[in-house]
Structures are given as C-alpha cells and as structure tokens.
Design a binder for this molecule. Structure first.
Ligand SMILES: O=C1CCCN[C@@H]1CCCn1cnc2ccccc2c1=O
Length: 510
C-alpha cells in the first residue's frame, strides 16, 4: 500500500479516513456511525485510561458499573436536560417477537441511571463526598455526518459523577478534573488545549456551569470541545431528592436538610481523533511517544542477495538483540524481521502507523557499532552509538514528545487572533483562525454572531465540506490575564457595542 494517498491539506476528510484505515486504527462497521477500534487505536485509549484512572483514584474516586438501560420514566425525569437531546436517544422496544411493555432507552449518559441510587445511598453528610466513575460506552443516535472518533453513535468514555456537601467542594473538584483532562491532551497526546468556562447558551443545560478544554484543528481552523467538567449545582439533587442533614444546623426541630452539590465530567475516544488530526501528515499517523504501543521499530537493512551468509544472519540478530535491550529498559521496541518485505516497504508501513522512531541496522552500522535513528515527526536522521543506545533513544523519545507539543502549541497560538472590530471577525474565521474578543456576554449577541458569521449569511453557496455553520462561543479562557485588560464601561463588544465583560473565544467548531 502506498502512503496515505490523499493530501491532508487538499481533502482533509478523505485524508483522515485513509490514515485511520491504512494505519490499521479502525475498520468500518455494518451499522452506520459505528466503527471497530482495532488494537492500534484501542492501545491509545488504554494508555489514556491507565493514566487518568490512576489519578482519579488518587483523588478518592472509585469505579463502578451501572446498567446500560434506563426506563423512559426515569430518563424523562429531568425534562429540560433531556428535551434538547431526545432525538438522539436510542430505544429498545422489542425482544425477539415480544414487544416490550414500555420502551427502554440505551444510556446516552448516566445521570438519570445513577442518581436515584445516589438518593438511596446518601443519607448522612458522612456519606459525602461520594465519587463514582464509569468506564463504559454510551449511545447517541446522531443524524449529522458521522466522523470516526469525533462523532459516532456509540463511543467509549469515562463519566465521573460526584456528590459534595458544599458548592465550594464541588467547584474545587470540577477544576481538578479539568486540569487532568488538560494534562491528558498536553502531556500524553502532545495536543495543546485552552481551559475555560462555557457561556450560558453553550453549557450543559441541566447543570449550573460547564468548564471545558477547547482544542483546535489547524487544517480546518475549527475549534473542538475536547473534554467537559460540569458543576451540576443542586439541579439534579433537587430532582432526585438527594439530601443530607446540615451538619452545622441543630438537631430536632432545628435540623435542616441540604441538597447535595454535584459534578459530572466526561472524556471520550474523541481524544484519539483530535490526536490524529493535529499530528498526522501526508505519510500517515504521527504518534506521540507517550501513547505509542510501539515507540521504536528496528529494521534490518542492506541485506541483499550479495550479502554474505554471516552478515545475513548477524544483521537480523543484532536488530532482535537491540529490541530486547530496549524493551528491558522499558522502551516499547519491536524488531521488524519479516521475510519477503524490503526495508523500504517496512519504512513506509511504520511511517503510516506513526511509530515515533525507526532504527536502521545495516552492514555499515555494524562496522561502526551504531544504529541510524530516524524521527517520524521531523524525518531527521542521526547515528546513535550502540554503547549509549538505551539512554539516547530514551532521551530522543522525550525530545519528540516535547517537540510535538511545542510545535502544535505554537500553531494553535498563531491561529488565535484578537478582534476589536467586527469587520475583522469573519475574515479571521475564513483565515482558519479562531477569534478572542472582549465580549458583552449577552445571549442575543451570541445568537447574532452565529448568524452573521455563517456562510449562508454571506450569500455564499454552501458546500457540505466547507464549514457552513457560523461561529459559536467556545469558552471564556480561565486565564484572562494573557489578554489586554478590559476597561469596564470603556471596552466595547465588537459585535454589538455594549460594554465588554470578559475575553471569549469564538470559532467555527466540530
Ligand atoms: O457531558 C457530560 C459528562 C459526563 C456525564 N454527562 C455530562 C452531561 C451530558 C449531557 N448530555 C449529552 N447528550 C445527551 C443525549 C441524550 C440524552 C441526554 C444527554 C445529556 O444529558
């Protein structure tokens, strides 16, 4: 198979699909909107799971498992949080030839599955904080074009659901989790994200506020919601009657009840799609070393018909020995000793799969007691002395991880443009950038901005590939100090002229 076969900059959707198939990350499935995660992508999810699971357990979160099914009565318990999502809920209505008495929904998320039992289990403030997490899959029967990892009808995620005595206790955890999400992207996937707070319009309607990490796909200039950590306030505890006695109130007739304060937070296999889109190139995947199931591939070279029998044996043996030596040091190395494939074919194969480092060993390398290293991210070649190969390869993997992150961070930052004047807003989006602007926070203004920045508004013909949607508000960056001070009463919102309050990121998005 040749490389990707489609240029990333020319046909991004086609490139993305080809990379996923040719790197053997996934296969298509007979039910539309569903995909098979093959080991090459599932191992990335496992690396994310291992890292995140260890850290939430340090926080005192415990894993549990709740049923996949939720009854209509229970699901519709909280009208306004479900009504907007109702079209996406998948229902079981029949088993065999038997119609079910009442249809049973497949969980699209587990608030309504879990919270009746939170009400049952939480009796005293001593039962708080209750912190449970599920590693599971959910189903949302979306009708918009499916995209592997980014928008699928079933996806794997974790969903954390916690209950606290105070708003402050809940609020502290919301931000702790959001920072773990940031680290999953920045430290494991080498993908920069901006932590922030969603606007009232964009937040989870069933909650009090939503914090988010916003990613960016340079090829399309679109933002992407990369993870969310919601404070639900007391909305769900009032609905499901999850109450404890107030430890600070008296007893008897002075006793008083407190509705618990809740959070819910989720990170999904969308992480993998973002990683592919940000780092991939026209030769295929580029895997960050921290999540690569093979970090180093070792290829025997220079073995031809003319090669002496001695070398023909020694070269593959050297490759195998080097792989073993690196594995012993904790580096995920693999010697590719497949017969019948040329080195060139193997180079192409492993480049497609995005393996961070290739080490070549040929007759000349044996002579000099070295191996030739080739970086997947930059293509840079450098000989490495066998004497220090373990240490040098370890360092090179760290350098690749950090260089990939720095490069993606510089790109993202170069695409965030401050806008003070509306005339610059749409041109900035059309330049594949996102806008940061001093914003009034008025919802009508937000709707207006979406309208005025949609391609339809510009009278242009909308083709299904061009982002026809207008700009949404993405997040109020948590770190407002990075941008010039907003003078209360003086700095105006570029879209409507009213007083600006905080800096808001706007962009076309997934
Ligand atoms: O994001 C998260 C993080 C994990 C736990 N759940 C929250 C909020 C989910 C919001 N949501 C999203 N799609 C839905 C689809 C159908 C029914 C309900 C919903 C729904 O409540």
């Amino acid at each position: 198979q040749i490389a990707v076969g489609i240029q990333k900059e020319l046909d991004f959707a086609g490139w993305y699909t080809n990379v996923l198939i040719k790197s053997d990350m996934l296969d298509y499935y007979s039910v539309s909107g569903c995909y098979i995660l093959k080991p090459w992508s599932y191992s990335v999810w496992e690396a994310i799971q291992a890292w995140f699971d260890a850290r939430i357990k340090e926080m005192g979160v415990e894993n549990a498992y709740f049923p996949l099914f939720v009854s209509a009565k229970v699901l519709e318990k909280e009208k306004d949080h479900v009504e907007g999502f109702a079209p996406e809920v998948a229902w079981v209505t029949r088993a065999g030839n038997t119609e079910l008495e009442e249809p049973i929904a497949i969980r699209p998320t587990s608030e309504t599955v879990m919270y009746p039992y939170y009400a049952k289990w939480i009796q005293s403030h001593r039962d708080l904080p209750l912190r449970l997490n599920q590693w599971n899959s959910v189903v949302r029967w979306e009708f918009k074009n499916p995209q592997p990892f980014l928008r699928t009808r079933e996806f794997l995620w974790q969903e954390g659901h916690t209950a606290h005595l105070t708003k402050e206790g809940a609020g502290e955890e919301v931000l702790q989790i959001l920072d773990l999400y940031r680290r999953v992207y920045e430290e494991l996937l080498a993908v920069p994200v901006i932590p922030g707070i969603k606007s009232e319009k964009e937040k989870f309607a069933g909650g009090l506020y939503t914090t988010t990490i916003e990613g960016f796909i340079p090829t399309t200039g679109r933002g992407i919601q990369a993870g969310t950590s919601h404070c639900l306030g007391q909305n769900f505890s009032k609905m499901f009657n999850i109450v404890v006695e107030d430890p600070n109130a008296g007893t008897g007739e002075n006793a008083s009840k407190i509705f618990v304060w809740q959070n819910s937070w989720g990170l999904s296999t969308r992480t993998i799609g973002v990683m592919v889109m940000v780092h991939g190139d026209n030769k295929g995947l580029v895997l960050p070393p921290r999540v690569a199931s093979i970090q180093v591939v070792i290829v025997p070279c220079g073995v031809t018909a003319k090669t002496s029998d001695d070398l023909r044996k020694r070269i593959p043996d050297e490759c195998d020995a080097l792989a073993k030596k690196l594995k012993k040091a904790g580096i995920k190395a693999r010697a590719d000793l497949r017969e019948g494939y040329t080195p060139g074919y193997k180079f192409n194969d492993w480049e497609l799969k995005g393996v961070p480092i290739r080490l070549e060993i040929g007759p000349a390398d044996l002579e000099k007691d070295q191996t030739l290293s080739v970086r997947r991210d930059t293509g840079e070649k450098a000989p490495i002395k066998m004497a220090t190969v373990v240490e040098d390869v370890g360092k090179l993997l760290e350098t690749i991880q950090s260089d990939m992150f720095q490069k993606a961070k510089a790109t993202y930052e170069s695409r965030i443009k401050i806008v003070y004047d509306w005339k610059d807003f749409v041109p900035t989006l059309d330049n594949k950038c996102v806008v940061i602007m001093p914003w009034c926070e008025v919802e009508a203004c937000e709707d207006d901005i979406k309208e005025r920045s949609g391609r339809l508004a510009l009278g242009e013909q909308v083709d299904e590939r061009a982002p026809s949607a207008g700009a949404k508000s993405l997040a109020f960056p948590l770190d407002q100090s990075k941008y010039p001070k907003i003078e209360p009463g003086k700095t105006k919102c570029p879209a409507c002229g009213s007083d600006a309050k905080r800096w808001m990121l706007f962009g076309r998005s997934y």
